[in-house]
Design a protein around this ligand. Sequence first.
Ligand SMILES: Nc1ncnc2c1ncn2[C@@H]1O[C@H](COP(=O)(O)OP(=O)(O)O)[C@@H](O)[C@H]1O
Ligand SMILES: O=C(O)C1=C[C@@H](OP(=O)(O)O)[C@@H](O)[C@H](O)C1
Ligand SMILES: [Mg+2]
Length: 199
Amino acid sequence: MSKKRIHSSLPITAAQQALFADVPNISLVGLMGSGKSTVGRILANTLKRPYFDSDEEIVSRTGASVPTIFEIEGEAGFREREAKMIRELSEKQQVVISTGGGAVLREDNRAALKAGGLVVYLSTTPERLLVRTRYDRNRPLLQNPDPLGTLKKMHEFRHPIYSQMADIIVTTGSGQVSQVAMHIIEAISKKIAKDQGLT
Ligand SMILES: Nc1ncnc2c1ncn2[C@@H]1O[C@H](COP(=O)(O)OP(=O)(O)O)[C@@H](O)[C@H]1O
Ligand SMILES: O=C(O)C1=C[C@@H](OP(=O)(O)O)[C@@H](O)[C@H](O)C1
Ligand SMILES: [Mg+2]
């Protein structure tokens, strides 16, 4: 049976929708389990924008899962595919992009995402990330005896990188994914108003 997809979108006003008319790409970055893939889809549906998940694009084009690519080509091989994908997706216009958590490790990826539009960092604690990812076998970097230790190290290393490149930082807690999508919309709306000198 094929995996069920959530295509939910949130009710936003026409005025709010209109605010986004000139907003370029919106790219989501953050650690594994931060909600990039889930929230990105809701955000795109709500804003009526095309949606791309870099991992999903790599998987559909290679016909192999992320763990299989890691197994056959190693992490280095996956990162090469990821860099090509990030470059391609960043060149699109007014789309929502969910990146893989490690995409920000390369300067060229960071530059491409920044040049394409706004970058939103979904931030949360390693403990919460573990709860969200612990039964998912699709993340090869967490298939070891101490996934919390791995997430803590990744958080320590990557949090400054995500924070530094982000236009907007949204901290996610016990709320629902739809609330996270709404926070992003509100935060971007505020930023637009501020940039236009309206506030
Ligand atoms: N803010 C949140 N609240 C509750 N569950 C969440 C939240 N963000 C993500 N999740 C859940 O965590 C899991 C991993 O989310 P996912 O979107 O795949 O993260 P990412 O793409 O950043 O690795 C999914 O089951 C998702 O529903
Ligand atoms: O953080 C990482 O290095 C990775 C994150 C994964 O994507 P998600 O962040 O969507 O889980 C996926 O790209 C791969 O397993 C490597
Ligand atoms: Mg994802």
